[in-house]
Design a protein around this ligand. Structure first.
Ligand code: SF4
Length: 321
């Protein structure tokens, strides 16, 4: 694999402190370089805030007419699908396997991508799974591959957790594409480590990838939207929508004070009910979500939790005035 020079976390922090104009120049350089090496790149467009900025940057600022692809996983917000359809030159791709089959066969996407992968392997008893229980194993960059004690009860539940949903619904349809994506290293420590290993562009005989917004942060995205008056999906007007992506994904749901599923229940009640009825080993998604400590918006106790959180947010905003 041909990659850019190895980088460090300190270099990333330095690059992240550049101003927006410098980051736009950096992104333009990354894209130019990628397009010189790769004759047929595509923009991976999810309809979310970051990838809308990426599409705008490529087509309106750098002025490259690169085609885009949208992966309709089967659990996209209808608002996002409608928004994506308003853009030219966007091809919609569908997965070969249905979501229901994936959940049934492999398990629910809960806690996080990494942890659900570890839980799945540990349940299967695969030899490689053992490393996730030992802190001494080191991936070479950071020790991500360790399953914390607090999630180990999930190894012995009746239902399974898995990250395979992402492989079938997102990775497989993209497997032969040389894509330009809106991923940022600031989104997670795993993405930061991947940036340290591969940089903004990585070239491979089978599949190359460009991440021109790697050194950007959420603040840059907001600033760019304001500066260029970028049209983003109206779903973001709802204060509960921070990120779009898959409507029913359970990754990170256990950490939220206000449930991401509240918007879904109010605006797409049929989809809400359907997702919660999905099963793995005779356990519904609703039961599995409850098992990880999440109270769903239609359940007893949610309103009280909601009122407490709203009061807390009001207090915080009052104290900052
Ligand atoms: S983001 Fe979540 S729901 Fe969407 S494909 Fe990946 S695991 Fe599945």
């Amino acid at each position: 694999m041909k990659t850019e020079e190895k980088r460090t976390a300190a270099q990333l922090i330095k690059l992240q402190s550049l101003n927006l104009n410098q980051k736009i120049d950096h992104a333009a350089g990354t894209i130019e370089k990628f397009c010189r090496e790769i004759p047929n790149p595509v923009i991976s467009f999810s309809g979310g805030r970051d990838s809308t900025v990426l599409l705008h940057l490529i087509r309106n600022v750098i002025k490259k007419d690169i085609p885009a692809v949208f992966f309709n996983t089967g659990n996209e917000y209808p608002e996002i699908i409608k928004f994506v359809r308003t853009f030219d030159n966007v091809t919609v791709l569908y997965p070969k396997t249905h979501l229901k089959q994936i959940i049934d066969r492999y398990g629910f996407p809960l806690i996080s991508k990494d942890y659900s992968m570890m839980i799945y392997k540990l349940r299967k008893g695969t030899k490689s799974g053992e490393i996730y229980l030992s802190k001494t194993f080191n991936s070479g960059v950071n020790n991500h591959w360790f399953l914390p004690e607090k999630y180990r009860y999930l190894i012995n539940e009746r239902f399974s957790c898995s990250d395979r949903c992402c492989s079938f619904l997102k990775k497989q349809p993209a497997s032969k594409l040389n894509s330009i994506t809106g991923e940022m290293a600031s989104e997670s420590s795993l993405r930061q480590d991947i940036w340290i290993m591969y940089g903004c562009n990585s070239f491979n005989k089978k599949k190359s990838k460009s991440k021109p917004l790697s050194i950007w942060t959420g603040k840059d995205i907001r600033e760019y939207i304001r500066l260029f008056d970028v049209r983003i999906c109206p779903i973001y007007e709802d204060y509960r929508i921070e990120r779009t992506g898959c409507m029913f994904c359970g990754f990170g749901a256990h950490l939220e004070k206000l449930s991401r599923f509240e918007y879904l229940m109010e605006n797409h009640p049929k989809a809400y009910k359907w997702f919660l009825s999905l099963e793995n080993s005779g356990v519904t998604y609703e039961q599995a979500i409850n098992r990880i400590g999440v109270v769903l918006p239609h359940q007893n106790g949610y309103q009280r939790k909601r009122q407490e959180e709203t009061a807390r947010r009001r207090r915080v905003s009052f104290n900052h005035q």
